[in-house]
Design a protein around this ligand. Structure first.
Ligand code: FES
Length: 135
């Protein structure tokens, strides 16, 4: 059967999960915005925390769409990041080994069930002793 949509779970800063259906070919950034997972940056103390903002609308000129793939197995199913993406990721807050820019992660059948966290969420998890697990 042709898969037309995949399941994607976003984990927000409180650890709350929201699972949405994302059409094949749509970026995680677009999908988040279509589903009101539309978060912007804010100050936390003196730190600027970037949520899934998408300031440059996917043109690789910002890092506000930074997401963290919570399962390395899914991370490995993604196309390799371009040099442009890596340059932007280097500027992202809370960079991890499985960080990507949400505007560059495009839904495809192999990604069904992927879980992505926002950078601030991961930081809070660390504080709470939360360890992301493959599901
Ligand atoms: Fe700017 Fe993704 S939205 S790099």
């Amino acid at each position: 059967d042709q898969v037309s949509k995949i399941s994607v779970t976003f984990v927000d800063k409180d650890g709350d999960e929201k699972t949405i259906k994302v059409p094949i070919g749509m970026s995680m950034l677009e999908a988040a915005h279509e589903n009101d997972i539309e978060l912007e940056g804010k100050y936390s103390g003196h730190l600027w925390i970037e949520y899934l903002g998408g300031a440059c609308e996917g043109s690789l000129a910002c890092s506000t769409c930074h997401v963290i793939v919570m399962d390395v197995d899914y991370y490995n199913r993604l196309e390799d990041p371009t040099d442009e993406e890596n340059d932007m990721l280097d500027l992202a807050f809370g960079l991890t080994e499985t960080s990507r820019l949400g505007c560059q992660v495009i839904a495809k059948p192999e990604l069904d069930g992927i879980r992505v966290a926002l950078p601030a969420a991961t930081r809070n998890f660390a504080v709470d002793g939360y360890v992301p697990k493959p599901h």
